[in-house]
Design a protein around this ligand. Structure first.
Ligand SMILES: *[C@@H]1O[C@H](CO)[C@@H](O)[C@H](O)[C@H]1NC(C)=O
Ligand SMILES: *[C@@H]1O[C@H](CO)[C@@H](O)[C@H](O)[C@H]1NC(C)=O
Ligand SMILES: *[C@@H]1O[C@H](CO)[C@@H](O)[C@H](O)[C@H]1NC(C)=O
Ligand SMILES: *[C@@H]1O[C@H](CO)[C@@H](O)[C@H](O)[C@H]1NC(C)=O
Ligand SMILES: *[C@@H]1O[C@H](CO)[C@@H](O)[C@H](O)[C@H]1NC(C)=O
Ligand SMILES: *[C@@H]1O[C@H](CO)[C@@H](O)[C@H](O)[C@H]1NC(C)=O
Ligand SMILES: *[C@@H]1O[C@H](CO)[C@@H](O)[C@H](O)[C@H]1NC(C)=O
Length: 272
């Protein structure tokens, strides 16, 4: 009996460990805006740290949040958005990782952006709220190509068009939509579109349409592409359902692929 209990406890502990591993977040890119730097121990730095700790306390209840700190000329504006389908726990982990990443990669920049697959964080010394922005725009794509692009193309076009339209009109989950489709008997494609909730449908659609043209013109045969902007993101993947169904309780394990970054704005995925 006691032995069984011990085994049960071990199993539970083991599952918790697994959950911890599953909860890892995936870094995409960061951009520091050069030309406007703050100095160590300045009021600006203090305001930034205050803002970061405020934002990370909001993740249990908000998947989007905007806040300000300090007074002009040391006033800061910051916001974050977590992907609508990730849990509050992952959102929290992502924002903590993103604030840390921001401090490490942009140690003195007055304005910076950080993208993870699960969240986006940005701050500036100018108002960045309710403003539709499509720059900077990191992309991630696979060097692997689909062999029969002709079969994928019409299905992908229809699905991307559909997620863009649905995200633009705002679903009950905000500017967020996912969709899957089959393009051969055996192959599926998974699509996701999201805009920040502080922009309207018109600007959301513009942002996503811009992402779409990049996707179709520059990476059209890739097995997966992600385009990130400050105000929106668009993704598809033909190898896995990378998003969670909105009512699914347990998040899927993170993809185990190597992300290789080059010094420009572009990123590559290598898949086995
Ligand atoms: C701001 O800091 C960055 C990184 O340390 C540096 O490359 C840049 O030249 C600085 N800009 C100014 C205006 O000092
Ligand atoms: C967040 O943005 C909204 C919309 O622009 C604005 O009304 C609100 O005051 C902002 N929140 C803060 C804390 O500035
Ligand atoms: C913070 O970021 C640095 C640099 O990317 C990394 O080495 C470190 O592990 C991070 N710390 C945490 C707590 O995430
Ligand atoms: C942001 O900081 C830069 C550099 O210090 C300054 O030129 C600019 O006017 C500031 N922007 C605002 C809105 O205060
Ligand atoms: C996939 O297609 C792109 C663009 O045509 C090309 O640059 C790349 O080398 C291709 N990848 C492979 C593995 O053939
Ligand atoms: C794709 O095919 C799978 C398996 O045959 C099926 O379960 C799924 O509903 C199909 N999806 C769509 C969008 O038709
Ligand atoms: C796919 O991308 C290639 C290379 O960028 C381009 O020449 C071609 O027109 C694109 N195809 C479509 C259907 O947009």
């Amino acid at each position: 009996m006691a032995e069984n209990l011990l085994i049960l406890i071990s199993v539970i502990m083991c599952l918790c460990q697994l959950n911890r591993v599953d909860a890892e977040v995936t870094f995409v890119s960061s951009t520091c805006v050069n030309g406007a730097n703050y100095t160590k121990n300045s009021i600006y730095e203090k305001n930034l740290n205050l803002l970061f700790s405020e934002l990370s306390t909001k993740t249990s209840t908000h998947n989007f949040y905007n806040a300000t700190s300090g007074k002009i000329p040391d006033k800061l504006y910051a916001l974050y958005q977590c992907r609508t389908d990730v849990s509050a726990e992952i959102c929290n982990e992502c924002i903590i990782a993103a604030t840390n990443q921001s401090v490490h990669s942009c140690p003195s920049a007055k304005e910076a952006y950080v993208w993870y697959e699960e969240c986006m964080l940005r701050y500036a010394n100018r108002s960045i709220f309710s403003s539709a922005e499509t720059s900077p725009g990191p992309r991630v794509w696979s060097l692997r190509n689909v062999s029969n692009y002709d079969a994928l193309a019409p299905v992908l076009a229809a699905k991307l068009d559909s997620v863009i339209s649905r995200a633009a009109v705002a679903t009950p989950f905000g500017h967020f939509a996912t969709e899957d489709g089959n393009w051969t008997l055996f192959d599926s494609v998974y699509c996701l579109a999201q805009c920040t909730p502080d922009i309207d449908g018109f600007h959301c659609k513009n942002c996503l349409t811009r992402a779409l043209s990049t996707m179709i013109n520059d990476y059209n045969t890739s097995i997966r592409v992600m385009v990130f902007y400050p105000s929106c993101q668009l993704r598809y993947d033909t190898t896995e359902q990378f998003y969670h169904e909105l009512d699914a309780a347990v998040p899927a394990p993170a993809p185990s692929e190597m992300l290789v970054t080059n010094p420009g704005k572009t990123l590559f995925f290598f898949s086995l």
